[in-house]
Design a protein around this ligand. Structure first.
Ligand code: ADP
Length: 258
């Protein structure tokens, strides 16, 4: 029987708010057994860039990562956000270790070619996940905390979408672990009415996703999140949930992807 592994991705809004962050850290620390955290941090990167006088350009909700912005995201994701999460977890007795995809060659990527004429810059699409590297870390009881940065064959760091990284890491580890992937954010789950936090849709399959998308019930960042979720299920991840950051371990809460 494969060992259970909980992979959690935490979204940007939670990292920005100290009260939410505290509640999330407590919930994550409470997960039993092997676990791994992947974090975003786009909002913090935008703030830091502004402080440095660097303009943030978004196209279709995605960041253009020019060379100056790559320096910012490397400092913010790989430094400030990652290390603060590690320190908070260590304070609760969790043996967290902060890493990027470049460490131990954990996640490699390839620079994304221009999409419909738009060059997103130093952005990486995941190519490989070093499952045995993750296994080694988990086998010594470490809790990897992964920043959304990867590297290509030439050794260039690339900004990589955190939801995609979570889905790819979960899929890459599904062969050796019994993986549960949890996307946690500030809402109670995928909602049928975005203004009503009690309208959680408990189960979503591909057919329902297609109609929710067509009816524009599911929009923006939720669309790629669900696409990542279905891709992970197709690649052997046992369970994928989309859930409020304080209810990671609450049975029956949130949305389950089937
Ligand atoms: P993250 O918080 O993980 O960084 P995103 O901002 O990319 O993630 O995606 C989550 C966002 O998706 C929510 O904050 C919400 O505004 C939006 N969203 C769109 N449709 C829905 C829906 N039906 N239910 C819940 N959230 C939705």
């Amino acid at each position: 029987m494969k060992q259970p592994l909980n992979i959690v991705k935490v979204g940007g809004a939670i990292l920005e708010d100290p009260v939410s962050l505290r509640a999330f850290i407590d919930a994550f620390a409470g997960i039993e057994g092997a676990k791994l955290l992947i974090h975003g941090g786009g909002r913090s990167a935008t703030k830091f860039a502004t402080r440095l006088g660097i303009e943030t350009t978004m196209v279709n909700g995605r960041r253009i990562t020019d060379d100056a912005m790559l320096e910012v995201v490397t400092m913010v994701y790989g430094g400030d956000v990652n290390r603060k999460l590690v320190a908070s977890l260590q304070a609760l007795g969790c043996n967290a270790i902060g890493l990027t995809g470049a460490d131990m060659n954990l996640v490699t990527s390839r620079r994304r070619p221009p999409v419909n004429g738009i060059d997103y810059g130093n952005v990486g699409d995941v190519v490989s996940v070093n499952a045995s590297g993750f296994k080694d870390l988990l086998s010594i009881g470490a809790i990897p905390v992964i920043a959304p940065l990867t590297h290509d064959k030439a050794g260039h760091l690339l900004n990589t979408n955190a939801d995609t990284m979570a889905g790819e890491i979960a899929s890459g580890l599904a062969g050796i672990f019994d993986v549960t992937l949890t996307f946690c954010f500030e809402k109670n789950g995928v909602l049928s009415d975005p203004d009503n936090d009690d309208s959680v849709i408990p189960l979503i399959d591909r057919n329902l996703f297609a109609s929710l998308r067509e009816e524009k019930v599911v929009e923006g960042g939720m669309i790629p999140k669900l696409e990542n979720a279905f891709a992970a299920i197709d690649r052997g991840v046992r369970q994928v949930k989309i859930i409020h950051y304080s209810r990671i371990s609450t049975p029956g809460a949130g949305t389950t992807i089937v």
